[in-house]
Design a protein around this ligand. Structure first.
Ligand SMILES: [Zn+2]
Length: 271
């Protein structure tokens, strides 16, 4: 199984062949924003023209065939909260969202879920038989705070069996570029124990190169997912600044890309 690229309604999307429901990881291409937010900025608070952001969302909704008024958003604070949401949690763009949640999951058919990144790791999960889905923002802080466990736990509380879960770990800063200090290395060791060493490459200056996506894949396997049910993008946001926003490359002056997943319109019969 693998990632592949499509263009729908003018919007380029990365998809995983493991996820048999509407979903996609956006790039920075295919929208109408200008300047440092050019062009498909999906962040509401990046200093972009709100009308451009609205049009970008309309394009995304057309590309993935979902109802923009039903969209449920994360409120990303680098924590480990994954909230179960329903259509009661949908909101309109540019309206306040109080509840902290770096991840969201649902059992409600046709409810689109979105999370945002610009170097951090986006993870989409689903359980096809029960029509469950989750969208998770997993930067290094959320990763070491074990948001993967929160996500699998939230999906399990909706009836998911971990061995039937599928995960797509999207474009993010790669092990080629993610330079971290001993604080992050220590946090990864506290989280994964001796296994963390496989995802930390020491450098002569005392720093490390960290493989967050590889570490999250291992963690999902520890939580019961099968290796063949986890797809990991090999694209690095920092290596491809013309295709993706990278927080590090832009020093924060950037738009945001997004990951979206939508459970099927009708619940399938449980097998
Ligand atoms: Zn890189």
């Amino acid at each position: 199984m693998a990632f592949y690229e499509t263009v729908s309604a003018g919007v380029p999307l990365l998809k995983s062949s493991l996820i048999p429901m509407r979903h996609g990881f956006t790039t920075r291409l295919g929208g109408v924003s200008e300047g440092y937010c050019a062009s498909l900025n999906l962040g509401e608070h990046r200093g972009d023209d709100p009308e451009c952001v609205r049009e970008n969302y309309r394009r995304l909704a057309a590309a993935l065939d979902f109802d923009l008024h039903r969209l449920v958003y994360t409120k990303q604070l680098h924590g480990n909260i994954v909230q179960i949401v329903t259509s009661a949690d949908s909101r309109e763009l540019f309206t306040p969202l109080e509840t902290e949640r770096d991840g969201i999951c649902t059992a409600e058919p046709d409810l689109p879920l979105i999370c945002y990144t610009a170097d951090c790791v986006p993870i989409l999960l689903c359980e096809p038989e029960r029509n469950l889905a989750a969208a998770v923002h997993s930067g290094w802080r959320s990763t070491v705070r074990d948001i993967a466990r929160s996500a699998v736990g939230a999906l399990a509380s909706l009836g998911a069996e971990p061995e039937k879960l599928r995960a797509a770990i999207g474009p993010a800063i790669g092990k080629c570029c993610f330079e971290v200090g001993s604080d992050v290395a220590d946090a990864m060791r506290a989280w994964l124990g001796s296994e963390a060493g496989s995802f930390l490459s020491p450098r002569p200056d005392g720093k490390f190169l960290a493989d967050l996506r590889g570490a999250s894949k291992l963690r999902l396997m520890q939580l019961g997912l099968r290796e063949e049910n986890i797809d990991v993008s090999d694209e690095c946001t920092m290596c491809s600044p013309e295709k993706y926003w990278s927080h590090r490359v832009t020093k924060g002056l950037r738009g945001s890309q997004a990951a979206v997943i939508i459970p099927d319109r009708r619940v399938r019969d449980a097998i």
